[in-house]
Ligand binder design. Structure first.
Ligand SMILES: Nc1ncnc2c1ncn2[C@@H]1O[C@H](COP(=O)(O)OP(=O)(O)O)[C@@H](O)[C@H]1O
Ligand SMILES: [Mg+2]
Length: 145
């Protein structure tokens, strides 16, 4: 299905930019007239994905985080969060609840939270070259689909 609207945002992987990215995505998603609850789910899931870029992908510095979003006529939003950081060695393990490589600092629940709040979460990663997280959710009630 062809997107009815798209956006792109590139930010530096700094914590201070997380709120900015969240606000942009929420403002964009608002076009589909979501409920407060749905908007809050998207905000939280996006936050987890961006935090992972800040904390894990570029752990020894900073780098670019590429965020794109697309709205579809059937009321879905698809958000991609991509980094060119360290990548994930064992994706299956990384996605297990409570698994973290930042012991003591992180709960290891980021992917679990994304999965519980969104309809679909896909992760592609290549060690040494980066990670792309795709988040999808039906938010509009305007059209059948
Ligand atoms: N963008 C990323 N780049 C590199 N590693 C990542 C990225 N996102 C997640 N990871 C890896 O997956 C693990 C699990 O992520 P997550 O479920 O969000 O838990 P947490 O962030 O609390 O560790 C992280 O500990 C990290 O090793
Ligand atoms: Mg996390």
């Amino acid at each position: 299905m062809k997107a009815q609207n798209t956006m792109k945002l590139t930010i530096e992987s700094l914590s201070i930019n997380e709120g900015f990215a969240r606000s942009v995505i929420c403002a964009f998603a608002a076009q589909l007239d979501p409920t407060i609850d749905v908007l809050s789910d998207i905000r939280t899931a996006l936050s987890e994905a961006v935090t992972n870029c800040v904390v894990h992908a570029y752990k020894n510095g900073t780098g670019a985080v590429y965020i794109t979003a697309a709205l579809y006529p059937d009321g879905r939003i698809r958000i991609k969060v991509r980094d060119k950081g360290c990548g994930i060695e064992d994706l299956q393990k990384a996605m297990e609840p409570l698994f973290t490589t930042a012991d003591g600092e992180r709960a290891g629940l980021g992917f679990a939270v994304m999965q519980s709040l969104m309809d679909k979460v896909t992760v592609r990663s290549k060690p040494g070259s980066g990670t792309t997280v795709t988040l999808e959710k039906r938010i509009g009630s305007t059209h059948e689909g």
